[in-house]
Structures are given as C-alpha cells and as structure tokens.
Design a protein around this ligand. Structure first.
Ligand code: TYD
Ligand code: MG
Length: 422
C-alpha cells in the first residue's frame, strides 16, 4: 500500500486554448492539419505512427528494459534534426557522455540535437521554455518527478502528473512529444499502462530481447490505425527497418516437419506470413499440459475442445504446445485454422506441404468462417512463392490475378484435413 496525498493546488491546466478562454470554437473554424505530418525519416516508424508525426501529438513508447527504446528514439531524433527541427532529448537515465557514446556508435553527427540530463519536471519545463524545441523526447517518464508532489519518482501520481504536464505542453505549443516508459514486471514502478488514456498514441516494443528483430506495435492511435506493426532488426548500427518481415519470420522454418504450418495474418494494414508450430505428445501429468506462446491460450483450448468433440481426436492423454516462431503475437482469429492444422499434423505425425499457406477462423461446430482482407493475404503468400492457399469458402475472392497460387476453398475443418493430409 502506498499513500497518495492529493496536492492542494490544482496543477493540471488541461488542454484549453488559454486561461479564461471559455468560448467554444466553431467546427469549421478549426484549422485542418491533415497534410502536416512530419516524416520521421524511418518508413517503418512512420507506419506505426499512422503515416508520420502529427504536430502536437503525445506519443508513448513502452517496452522492456534493454529492448531498444532509447536507441530508436535517438535515431529518430537524429533524422528529425536533419530536417531543420530543433530536437531536445531529455534523459533521466543516462549522462550526456553515455548518450553521445551511443550516438557515435550509430554514426550520427547531429547539429540541432540538444541533450538535457535532468529529472526535475519544473526545471525541464524551464529549459524547454528557453530552448523552444520543435520536438521533445523524454527518456523515461518514470525517472522524472515534480516538486509539487510528495511521492517518489515513478509512482503513479508522479508519472501521471509528468504525462499531463507534457500533454498540456504539446497541445498548447504544438510540439510533438515522445515519452519513453518502461514496462516492469514488479509493480514498484508505475507502468506505461497507467498513461494509455492520457496520450494520443501508444507504441509497444513486442517480442523478446533475445531475438535480433524488434517489433513495434501500435496499441492505440488517435491519428491512425491501431495494431499497425513495424519490424526492425537490432544491428551494430542500431535499429534497421526490415524490408520483408514475412521472409524474416519464415527464415528458419523446418520444411516438411510435422506440426509446422504457415499462416497469414494481417496486422494493421500489413499482411504477415508466420510459422505456427504445435507439438502433441503423451502426457505424464494427471491433467495434460496446454501451453501457448504467441497465440491466445484460450483460443487454443477452444480449438482442442472442438477437435476432441467434432473430430474424435483423443487429446486428453496428450500435452499440447503451440508456438508462433519468431516471437510475434498473433491474436487474429484467422490463425484458428492454422492452430488446428498444426495440432492435427503433430498428432498424426504427418507433415503439411511446406508450400501451403493456411488461414481461416474456426467455429465450435468445426466450420471454417470467412476472414477479412483475403486478397491481401493471398498476394503476400504468392509473392513469397507459396503454391497453395487454404482459405474459407466465404473469403474466396471473385477474381484474383495471382494465377501461380492455387486457391483451395473449404467450409469445414474436416474438409481441410482431407486436403492437407492426403
Ligand atoms: P536501449 O535502446 O538502451 O534499450 P532501452 O532504452 O529500451 O532500455 O538498447 C540497449 C540494447 O541495444 C543493448 O542491449 C545494446 C543494443 N544495441 C545494439 O545492439 N546495437 C546498437 O547500435 C545499440 C545502440 C544498442
Ligand atoms: Mg533506455
């Protein structure tokens, strides 16, 4: 339990146009700002922001420690200052020398990038007043504290106060502001989750530190599609955008192994081919183990129950493990058919043809339901040289130009097995 005292003076001025200005403004009189998005210089980063940086937006970037948040934003800062914007990088975690060292490693020589190592909110705001930067980066929101609150840096009330002050600043002066936030496993530091409703855009680094690639996902975006995804690779020269993520995710696929299938999911506006693996083996536990990484474990349980009841598979005496290779999280229902196919493939020890792509939602009656954006998925599969595509009958496009890929439309799970395992 942590005591939280209410501050006596109200310190959050909100985002009004100015104190005392209470009159509403006519909708038509508000200036449109659609074409004023600023490109960050990294296409993959612009993509997750919905096409570029919107003036006056407050963007939160969360992720595990060491995943590359500071690296990415330092690269972005460097590219932005090249476009004649003054960028202020406030760090509460590293000294100027350390940031410079990283910058040297990344081979950058910025002239309009300014560093400030400071953790006191009031002093940071004062510095912003003097420098008048066009872009602000705060690394990290958890290290900054306000004098006005008695609680420790990183506590919920401090983090909220800091974010609110930056919200006011960015809206009022139209300065795009990036806040970095750590996601911590223990609850001692207030996570970025507490800020999601305050900021305009929330980006999270996904996947594991141990993979060389990094996935940045849009969780919320007031100025673009949510669920948009950017793929980067951590190299010696920092984060490099990955041109063809599907190729990367399929790179180490064991061709012809039972239990491995390729599915096509759509994340935001991007189709992605990923390998889904299942392992079914005899259990030595009283209740068999079910484990899923990268897909929703509840969804896997549903599929297993369906297989048991509708197709008579005896999975009760087997452990079932399902994994998405490459550390990607797939929460789209179109992965259902892939899960089912991978489980059955491992159960029967029969490999699925490695040049087949599978997608479709599966219902509890064993029916295969249509999914959105089928054509996009088919095109992606065809462009990577896949020869067959198993898809729901309802999603079969009326016309498609990729004649090199054979489309097999199915209506039930049983039908898909006849195609896959015969
Ligand atoms: P960092 O951006 O400091 O992580 P965060 O700010 O999210 O805590 O990234 C640190 C990791 O990135 C560290 O393990 C080293 C690695 N790294 C590279 O592999 N190449 C590079 O060019 C840089 C700058 C970092
Ligand atoms: Mg950092």
């Amino acid at each position: 339990m942590i005591e939280e005292r209410t501050p006596t003076s109200s310190s959050s001025p909100g985002i009004s146009r100015g104190p005392g200005d209470l009159s509403p403004i006519a909708f038509n009189e508000v200036a449109s700002q659609e074409n004023t998005r600023l490109s960050s210089g990294i296409a993959e980063f612009d993509r997750v922001l919905g096409g570029g940086i919107v003036p006056g937006s407050l963007i939160l970037i969360g992720g595990d420690p060491g995943i590359g948040k500071s690296t990415l934003l330092l690269q972005v800062a460097n590219l932005l200052q090249r476009q004649e914007s003054t960028v202020l990088y406030v760090s509460g975690e590293e000294s100027e020398k350390q940031i410079k060292m990283r910058g040297d490693r990344l081979g950058m020589q910025p002239t309009k990038l300014f560093l400030l190592t400071e953790t006191c909110l009031e002093r940071i705001l004062e510095c912003i007043n003097q420098l008048a930067p066009q872009i602000i980066i705060l690394d990290s929101v958890q290290t900054v504290y306000s004098d006005k609150l008695p609680s420790a840096p990183g506590s919920i009330s401090q983090v909220r106060e800091v974010a609110t002050q930056f919200l006011f600043l960015s809206k009022h002066r139209s300065i795009p502001t990036f806040l970095i936030g750590h996601i911590t496993k223990d609850g001692s530091l207030a996570g970025p989750k507490a800020l999601e409703h305050i900021v305009d855009t929330v980006l999270y680094f996904e996947g594991e530190r141990y993979h060389s690639h990094r996935i940045v996902r849009t969780v919320k975006n007031r100025f673009g599609a949510a669920n948009e995804l950017g793929v980067f690779e951590m190299t010696n020269e920092g984060l490099v955008p990955v041109e063809n993520p599907s190729k990367l995710f399929l790179a180490e696929r064991p061709k012809g192994a039972a239990g491995s299938v390729v599915i096509c999911c759509v994340e935001g506006s991007r189709p992605l081919l990923v390998e889904l693996q299942a392992l079914v083996s005899g259990t030595s536990y009283v209740s068999p183990r079910r484990m899923a990484a990268g897909v929703d474990p509840n969804r896997v349980s549903l599929m297993l129950a369906m297989l048991e009841k509708r197709l008579g598979l005896h999975l009760l005496s087997s452990d079932v493990y399902v994994n998405v290779a490459g550390g990607l999280n797939v929460d789209e229902p179109s992965a259902d058919l892939g899960i089912v196919a991978a489980v059955v493939s491992s159960y029967r020890n029969l490999a699925v043809n490695p040049s087949t792509v599978i997608f479709g939602e599966v219902g509890l009656a064993g029916e295969v339901r249509g999914v959105s954006q089928a054509l996009l998925r088919i095109r992606e599969a065809a462009s990577l040289g896949f020869k067959k595509c198993l898809l729901p009958r309802n999603s079969l496009p009326l016309s498609h130009l990729e004649s090199e890929i054979e489309l097999i439309a199915i209506e039930s799970v049983q039908e898909s097995f006849d195609v896959l395992f015969n």
